[in-house]
Design a protein around this ligand. Structure first.
Ligand code: RB5
Length: 150
């Protein structure tokens, strides 16, 4: 599996930790920045990660800012993106099993490094369950350009 990862300045350090963690697990990681703690606008990195996934260049993505909120708001503007802000392992597992989340958002000022890595690990372990959950995602997809789009 290929994972694309991005952050703003607030998420930079945690992004580096998550990236090293993933590489250590043998995951193919593409880092779209930012590459320092110099102030950076989170929507620009959310866009890079979202478009990478939309273009089929990675299956999943991880976005990190201070709270994870700005990244999740931004990424969810892109068609086909299901970005989930997770602050614990349970949310990470459910975001895969029930919501088929293709982007995990983390808040570097909310979760410590150890918890963040546990969340990432849980998120990687789980698969979408489909069934009744697929029907619900189809309703959301219809908003994205099909009948009843908004
Ligand atoms: C940057 O200070 C901060 O606003 C940003 O990282 C993020 O938390 C926004 O949602």
């Amino acid at each position: 599996m290929k994972i694309v990862i991005g952050s703003d300045h607030a998420g930079y350090r945690l992004k580096e930790s998550v990236k090293n963690f993933l590489v250590g697990k043998g995951v193919d990681v593409e880092d779209v920045g930012t590459h320092s703690e110099e102030s950076a606008d989170y929507p620009l990195y959310a866009e890079k990660v979202a478009r990478y996934i939309q273009d089929g260049k990675a299956e999943r993505g991880i976005l990190i800012c201070g709270t994870g909120i700005g990244m999740s708001i931004s990424a969810n503007k892109f068609r086909g993106i299901r970005a989930s802000l997770c602050t614990n392992e349970y949310m990470a597992r459910m975001s895969r099993r029930h919501n088929n989340a293709n982007i995990l958002c983390l808040g570097s000022r909310v979760v410590g490094e150890d918890l963040a890595l546990s969340i990432v690990s849980a998120w990687l372990d789980e698969e979408f369950e489909g069934g009744r959950h697929l029907k619900r995602l189809t309703i959301i997809e219809e908003w994205e350009g099909g009948k009843g789009s908004c």
